[in-house]
Design a protein around this ligand. Structure first.
Ligand code: ADP
Length: 468
């Protein structure tokens, strides 16, 4: 099968969160199964664009409302990522330093989708499946089935994967003129709550819809930022497929970003070396348990509660624990997290920002990884932690529920039910007690490093879904 993935992110080209990791890995694993999977994404001004070789495969224009923009599509020459990568360059719209966060994001992603389809519409052969990821590519199923320009592509099956239903990309009907011509009687396929809603439209128009974990599929039937009734209506074509992780990138035995590589046999000495190095850099005490948090500092992740959780834990533990945070997001949370450093230097530190290499070092050097999420469609951090022998402390929600079992239930992690200061504090206490039993901790580390969360299984599940 030939599968085209459309996405706003793809690691290592451009990554903001889990979407990038998924689109950077799934196509590679689909190719390993003998299929031909390709990725089409915007060409941002990222390092990857300037450090690799490309050939031009398409030159044209994209019409967006009353303006025309030049389009150039590049193909990465060496198949470096294990799949064909196509970058859509639209001068003045996509060629920015960041992936998101601009006032004209709506225009940018509409133009990306139209330009990509204009290009595919010219191909002599046609792909077997078009797989769209999140709202940035959510208008594609509608355009394929309704716009005159793409009518000859309308028989191509489309799949939408919802990585996060909180973000829907909605915009006003005053921007309708940005879309290619279609039969206006079909406008209801774009509409949700009197706006054009790309995620809702994709849920309506895609042939199949997936969420990134089975539990998240259940949860969005009652909590999906306003899309609950739509998802209930379309439930018949929905499936939950748990994300995998890219074992070629995330393997402590071969990870060039670590201070010391390690495997299941050398996990104790390996983790100690990485913990020592981290504690050295961040002025922490490597003889004490190291708790960490990595992620976007937003409400979904429970980040607003982290400062209070950490103040309490540091006070109650009487200097017996360390905490290290890596993240960025809400400036108020960032400030509050930084403030703790002044009071608990030597026991606590925070790196505010995005740092891929540091995240690997933390997964390797930490004892525990906290994920007190309010919403977690899948969550990859807990799977990276497991692979690097770090015990996850997670809220029982979404993909966290599908991947982590509590030690009290014969499992290997610490689970709690609510995103509250009290519940997370209690979980931190349980982890502290566990840490005192080093024999058990060692057994758990060996066990979790062996858990298989690779993409092999999920890549096949997607292929099965395409063929249904
Ligand atoms: P989400 O996509 O909701 O942000 P996921 O758990 O699915 O959450 O994926 C998060 C990914 O982003 C992981 O690869 C994690 O290591 C990475 N990440 C998040 N914040 C940072 C950061 N500040 N620095 C480096 N990596 C980060």
């Amino acid at each position: 099968m030939e599968i085209i993935h459309f996405s706003a992110e793809c690691y290592p080209v451009a990554k903001v969160g889990g979407l990038g990791d998924v689109v950077g890995a799934l196509p590679k694993y689909q190719n390993k199964l003998g299929h031909v999977a390709k990725v089409v994404m915007p060409a941002y001004n990222t390092k990857f664009l300037f450090e690799n070789e490309f050939e031009v495969v398409y030159d044209g224009w994209v019409r967006l409302g009353y303006n025309n923009y030049p389009v150039r599509i590049f193909r990465e020459r060496t198949n470096k990522l294990g799949f064909d990568l196509f970058l859509v360059h639209i001068a003045g719209l996509l060629d920015r330093d960041k992936v998101y966060g601009y006032d004209d994001d709506t225009e940018r992603f509409i133009a990306f989708q139209i330009a990509s389809l204009d290009w595919i519409a010219q191909w002599e052969h046609k792909p077997n499946v078009i797989h769209c990821h999140d709202h940035h590519t959510g208008l594609i199923p509608f355009m394929l089935s309704n716009c005159q320009d793409y009518r000859h592509l309308s028989y191509i099956p489309t799949v939408l994967t919802i990585h996060n239903a909180q973000y829907q990309g909605q915009f006003g009907w005053d921007k309708l003129h940005y879309l290619p011509v279609y039969d206006l009687r079909n406008s209801s396929k774009l509409d949700w709550n009197s706006s054009i809603n790309p995620l809702a439209s994709a849920i309506k128009c895609a042939w199949r819809v997936t969420t990134v974990s089975p539990s998240y599929l259940e949860e969005i039937s009652y909590k999906a930022a306003g899309l609950e009734s739509l998802l209930a209506q379309e439930r018949g074509k929905c499936a939950g497929i748990l994300n995998g992780i890219d074992n070629e990138v995330w393997t402590p035995q071969k990870d060039p970003m670590l201070s010391k590589a390690f495997n299941n046999r050398t996990v104790e000495s390996g983790k100690k070396a990485n913990k020592d190095a981290l504690c050295n850099i961040f002025n922490l005490d490597s003889t004490k348990p190291l708790y960490t948090f990595i992620g976007r500092l937003v409400g979904e992740k429970g980040a607003d509660l982290l400062p209070d959780i950490f103040w309490n834990a540091l006070q109650q533990s009487d200097g017996e624990i360390n905490i290290l945070v890596l993240g960025s997001g809400d400036p108020h949370v960032e400030d509050r997290l930084n403030e703790i450093t002044q009071h608990y230097a030597g026991k606590y530190n925070a790196y505010i920002g995005y740092n891929e290499a540091l995240s690997h070092q933390i997964y390797a050097g930490a004892d525990f990884l906290l994920m007190p999420s309010r919403v977690e469609p899948c969550g990859l951090n807990q799977m990276y932690a497991l692979r690097y022998g770090t015990i996850p402390i997670v809220r029982r929600i979404g993909g966290l529920k599908d991947t982590v079992t509590d030690i009290g239930d014969g499992g290997f992690g610490i689970c709690h039910d609510q995103t509250t200061v009290w519940d997370v504090g209690d979980a931190i206490g349980r982890a502290y007690n566990l840490y005192q039993d080093q024999k058990r901790v060692k057994e758990i580390r060996k066990f979790i490093m062996n858990l298989d969360h690779s993409w092999d299984r999920a890549a096949q599940q997607y292929v099965d879904l395409y063929q249904m």
